[in-house]
Ligand binder design. Structure first.
Ligand code: GDP
Length: 532
């Protein structure tokens, strides 16, 4: 992109409809209408590009510098991932002046023998393998696949190879445990070849290094291989711009508030910056490195623990620095409402269980002009076709995909469609919002609710589940989606309570998980079973 872009041009460049982009623009900048040929500021352009999952490349002023590779270690259980990470981390501690106490900040940096840095992601396996899966390709540049030279290729080895291939992230194989006499390097190499890894030894471009993580054999060679590969990849990015990157982990700490570890992929993140991270936002109050030291800034491929966000983002969330706290808030709020809506409509489309036709661009325009008659007519016709079996297939699109946004006309569309599907919507499930004092509790409650859903056969949708106190946003969402708020071990703010009472939003506060579950069971009984 270049400067002096209009909304319309940007829409073309990032391949979204002008309408979608306009909606995003209005949500972030406020206001009710905007001209398509308005000139966008650089910041707004950056935010909008980010909203639609694209990366900006500015034609002017881009001075790119090399950045350290970000490496994720993967592999079958027990093949030595943790041992290798420890080994790499320890080698880096010896190199720093502090030595000794280090804490996990989601990633750590190693200085290889030739002075270049490598960043290793060390989030606990389950995080790297589930929550962040979707973002894996964006976060990591290289995957080191640990394969035990005794056991050879195992199911998870193959799974990792498949992920890496679908992400288009290059693999470097670390053939581990070669110190054991039972190690059969050549046999395992052949196995790897069979599952599609073209090793360098056989003329392919997959580097592989036999190592022992436990006995610290060939660790330097592995680092060299990583740097060699990253040189070929020409990893470069701009350093002197506002930062963007990813949240690796987040947790709530008594007395300190929300704590999260972040990694920068572009630009520089400084103390004092305003940022939006997923559905959260705030000012960066502190950045702490792996030695527990306060630092002023982090740049390309560097990670740190961050204090200052108002609530907890999720691991894998993107973050971005913006010029004001207000901007950060509106970016975060947009994410929250998008997520709640997505969950809500997903629940709706689950209940409705009919295929809903997509709405065309023209029809959307008509709806904006409050002319919904043509759409209703078409939907009715198509619906009849479906019901009489004349037309059994039309485009599958869930409500979720159709309307993520919060504008009124869209609400009208939904109301209208709901009307069309009135009978089917009768069997409405239960929606709720969960708040708890920590993640463990949230997870436990979520699991138990799934169980209730299963045994009672009533769809239960948790439209928002979060650690921390009840916010005004929660009350708003609760009211809008008719979803009571359930909380565990949370103190409720008085003003929030009075707002909730005014809005007729039920807040159910519990200290014992079974009481909360009983409460849900009771609602289900009253709401659904009394009818039958
Ligand atoms: P992970 O499940 O992949 O994280 O595997 P771990 O790092 O926990 O290692 C599993 C077991 O293998 C542990 O008992 C390690 O001590 C052992 N191990 C890891 N690397 C080596 C190695 O290079 N040589 C030997 N002999 N044992 C190793």
């Amino acid at each position: 992109v270049s400067k002096d872009l209009t909304l319309e041009h940007l829409a073309l460049k990032i391949g979204v409809s002008t309408l979608d982009l306009t909606e995003a623009y209005l949500e972030i900048e406020g206001g009710t209408s905007v001209d398509c040929d308005i000139l966008l500021s650089q910041e707004t352009t950056e935010i909008l590009i980010n909203e639609f999952n694209c990366l900006p490349v500015w034609l002017e002023q881009e001075e790119k510098v090399f950045r350290p590779p970000v490496v994720t270690i993967m592999g079958h259980v027990d093949h030595g991932k943790t041992t290798l990470l420890d080994c790499l981390r320890n080698s880096s501690i010896c190199a720093t002046e502090y030595g000794g106490i280090t804490q996990s900040i989601g990633a750590f940096s190693v200085k290889a023998s030739d002075g270049q840095n490598i960043t290793f992601i060390d989030t606990p396996g389950h995080l790297a393998f589930s929550d962040m899966r979707a973002r894996g390709a964006e976060i990591t540049d290289i995957i080191v696949l640990v394969v035990c030279a005794v056991e050879g290729v195992q199911p998870q080895t193959v799974e990792c190879i498949e992920h890496a291939k679908s992400w288009e992230v290059p693999i470097i194989v670390a053939l581990n445990k070669v110190d054991l006499s039972a190690a059969e390097v050549e046999r395992v190499e052949m196995q790897l070849l069979k599952v599609g890894l073209e090793l360098d030894k056989f003329g392919g471009d997959v580097l592989h290094v036999p190592i022992s993580a436990k006995k610290k054999i060939n660790i330097e060679k592995l680092e060299e291989a990583i740097l060699f590969k990253s040189e070929l990849m020409e990893l470069k990015d701009v350093r002197d711009v506002m930062a963007r990157g990813y949240v690796l982990e987040s947790r709530f700490l008594e007395g300190r508030g929300s704590l999260c570890s972040v990694i920068v992929k572009r630009g520089t993140l400084k103390v004092g910056d305003c940022i939006a991270a997923g559905g959260s936002y705030g000012t960066v109050k502190k950045l702490i490195n792996e030695n527990g030291k306060d630092i002023k800034s982090i740049s390309l491929s560097e990670a740190a623990e961050l204090i200052g966000l108002k609530s907890l983002p999720r691991s894998g969330d993107r973050f971005m620095a913006v010029h004001s706290l207000d901007k950060a808030r509106s970016v975060a709020e947009r994410k929250i409402s998008e997520r709640s809506r997505a969950a809500y409509y997903e629940s709706k489309s689950k209940e409705v269980k009919v295929v809903i036709p997509s709405i065309t661009y023209d029809e959307r325009q008509q709806i904006r002009n409050r002319n919904i008659a043509p759409l209703v007519k078409r939907l009715k016709e198509e619906l009849e076709d479906v019901e009489t079996g004349v037309k059994s297939s039309f485009e599958v699109k869930s409500l979720n995909q159709m309307h993520k946004k919060s504008e009124k006309p869209i609400q009208e569309q939904i109301d209208m469609i709901s009307e069309l599907f009135q009978e089917k919507l009768e069997a409405d499930g239960l929606r709720l919002i969960l708040k708890a004092h920590n993640f463990g509790m949230l997870e436990a409650v979520e699991k138990s609710i799934k169980q209730i859903e299963f045994t009672r056969k009533i769809p239960i949708t948790i439209i928002k589940s979060e650690v921390g106190n009840i916010s005004l946003e929660d009350v708003k969402i609760s009211e809008e989606f008719d979803a009571p708020i359930f909380c565990m071990n949370i103190k409720i703010d008085k003003t929030i309570m009075s707002k909730a009472i005014k809005a007729n939003v039920p807040i159910k506060s519990h200290k014992i998980i079974y009481h909360l579950l009983d409460d849900i069971e009771k609602i289900i009984k009253d709401k659904f079973e009394s009818k039958t």
